[in-house]
Design a protein around this ligand. Sequence first.
Ligand code: SAH
Length: 369
Amino acid sequence: QGYYTRRGGIGESGDFVTSPEISQVFGELIGIWYISEWIATGKPKAFQLVELGPGRGTLTDDILRVFNQLASLLSKCDVSIHLVEVSPKLSETQALMLTGGKVQSNPEDKSAYMKGISKTGIPIFWYRDIQDVPPGYSFYLAHEFFDALPIHKFQRTEKGWREVLVDIDPEVPDQLRFVLSPSSTPATENFIQPEERRDHVEVCPEAGVIIQRLACRIEKDGGAALVADYGHDGTKTDTFRGFRNHKLHDVLSAPGTADLTADVDFSYLRKMTQGRTATLGPIKQREFLKNMGIDLRLQVLLQNSCDSATHQQLLHSYDMLMNPEKMGDCFNFFALLPHHRLEQPDRKRKPESKSALPPVAGFGELLLQ
Ligand code: SAH
């Protein structure tokens, strides 16, 4: 039924709300993360910021504000924005947010389906698929994107793995039901890792394909990817659920009218990089944001505003993002980086080497995997 292409209800009036919609600080700190990586890799002459599933465009808008504030630092760098979005409705909302609505559809010279210029003068392009984005040194961003992609569900039985399928209930009209496949399916043969230990497992092959593409692109052209989503490191089993009007919704009822989501399995994403890049994380959102300086940013914003309603709003949104009971613990950050970005100089062979690269911001003391 195409939930995102027809409804796509993000925000208070919709079905679910996301971190960038809660606080501008979220996107600002992510913007700083990219600038920090850009500096650490020697300030390349150009970079593309590629966002997968940009929603209402708020995150990119907050990042662009940071880029604009650091305009003198970026003045010699050719920055462009590339949005991968399948929803015609949401791409319109993004165009309005980022360009004021001044866009050109189907530009002849590009693989993009739409192009425009941001309020701060940066070119923006829209695509339906990551493969349409031109190659080049790029920073990728996927916030609450992978959880929206379809999954397969499997159960271990005495006869081996079986796929959970959706069937029409023969007894109740207009009702769907889950059934277990009577025999093995092609998905059972292909998508379960041989070393899998869980009894129930959810696999998102589309996420695997996209991560492979990102890893290939980063290996070849450089850059980094930041993936932020709710998820786990290969431990959870049944997470598939629906949201409608901010409430849990039965995934089988009224298809196409609710946001369907499953936790991201970061261990699967790591595996799908096939060693082409290094990975960092997953690290909890509250730790990542703390490492990125959210407390300092909050203090500055509090000092800059004198009305108590704004103060309350700032403190409330900080709590939403950071509180372990809210979004602080269940959301995770995960990064792909070129191997050379994390290599430590060999001090035994070259004790005089001073060329240690600065640590990757936000991930603290995490060891690379
Ligand atoms: N990143 C945003 C929105 C998350 S919702 C935020 O944090 O607020 C998921 C987004 O992914 C929506 O923009 C949706 O239209 C888009 N999307 C879903 N499936 C997609 C696909 N297969 N390819 C590209 N975009 C997709």
